[in-house]
Unconditional design. Structure first.
Length: 67
């Protein structure tokens, strides 16, 4: 996987100077959109991982028992 990624990065480095300004801007928008839609949910999941604390479930159990 890492070797494929390195080849992709090298390809991008070689290709970017050949593109028009508009093409580069379009690629930038596509990358930004990818990061926003694909990467951010993972970051938020990690941020809220503490909510999955099983020790906190005691409060849920008390609520269902109407204590």
């Amino acid at each position: 996987m890492k070797q494929t990624l390195c080849h992709a990065v090298e390809y991008i480095k070689r290709t970017l100077p050949k593109l028009t300004k508009e093409e580069v801007v379009e690629i930038d928008k596509m990358l930004y959109n990818y990061i926003e839609t694909s990467m951010m949910p993972r970051a938020s999941e990690a941020s809220f991982a503490e909510w999955n604390d099983h020790q906190e479930d005691i409060y849920n159990e008390k609520a269902t028992l109407n204590i």
